[in-house]
Ligand binder design. Structure first.
Ligand SMILES: [Zn+2]
Ligand SMILES: [Zn+2]
Length: 262
């Protein structure tokens, strides 16, 4: 069973990949299932990161009907939630029939990590700690999600190098414990391979903590934004998870996890 559970198409602000091309490529690659997870990020004064849910849902329904005999396609989204945007996401969750929701931290106080906007003027210890604290604060109040996306993504954009997870061990474990208690999961984001990171995303250390704390809900996704990302390294990720002791991974239907053997 191969399922890519993190895929962006032209409905996301940072991708121009047509949805139908992506689906045809997924069929060519022999994927059994994909979940489309368009970006939604709210800012106070910038509306360019907003998906048009109605257009997205309309095309999804059309594609799902056209290709349902060839591949299973799920309706998902990647919510980039900040503490001050929780209300907007609660409204979206209630308004659309999502199968699966990735909760990601892309910004704090509307400042982006990927361009170094948030990190500027802070020490490595400060921005790493604040990144994880923001995730903990969001999931303390917001429960309308399925998995934590690319949990240690801050490492991808850290010009100071990669900070050892043990520096923030207690905080990261508190995030994992809360997610487990809430019946939520963790995503393995295989974009780590194309970013040339020396570890998985999240790291083997964090995945091992998740395992030891009793975490069982895992999804795998390529974070695909263009054709040559799709389905990448899903098999490698499965093998890695098995060596850590995990036995199963998940797909989702109407926000409920379905378990499959790795
Ligand atoms: Zn993301
Ligand atoms: Zn993404």
């Amino acid at each position: 069973m191969l399922a890519d559970y993190h895929v962006h198409t032209h409905h996301s602000g940072d991708s121009s990949y047509p949805m139908e091309d992506m689906i045809l490529q997924a069929i060519r690659l022999g994927l059994d299932e994909i979940c489309i997870t368009e970006h939604m990020d709210y800012f106070r004064n910038d509306f360019t990161h907003m998906v048009n849910y109605d257009k997205y849902l309309k095309e999804y329904c059309c594609m799902q009907a056209k290709y349902q005999d060839k591949i299973c396609i799920k309706f998902g989204v990647e919510f980039g939630v900040q503490v001050h945007t929780i209300k907007e996401f609660e409204r979206d969750f209630a308004a659309y029939p999502f199968d699966f929701i990735i909760l990601s931290n892309h910004q704090i106080d509307d400042k982006e990590f990927w361009i170094g906007d948030y990190q500027q003027g802070k020490t490595q210890l400060e921005y790493n700690r604040e990144y994880y604290q923001a995730i903990f604060d969001v999931i303390s109040d917001f429960k309308s999600y399925s998995v934590l996306g690319h949990l240690d993504m801050i490492k991808r954009y850290d010009r100071e190098g990669i900070l050892d997870d043990r520096v923030n061990e207690e905080l990261i474990k508190n995030i994992l414990k809360l997610a487990i208690a809430d019946g939520k999961g963790l995503e393995v984001n295989t974009s780590c391979f194309r970013y040339g990171l020396p570890d998985l995303t999240p790291s083997r250390t964090i995945l091992t903590w998740y395992y030891e704390l009793g975490g069982k809900i895992l999804t795998m996704g390529s974070d695909c934004h263009e054709e040559n990302h799709l389905g990448h390294f899903l098999l490698s990720a499965k093998e890695e998870l098995k060596t850590m002791g995990f036995k199963q991974f998940c797909t989702f239907d109407k926000m409920k996890p379905i378990f499959h053997d790795l």
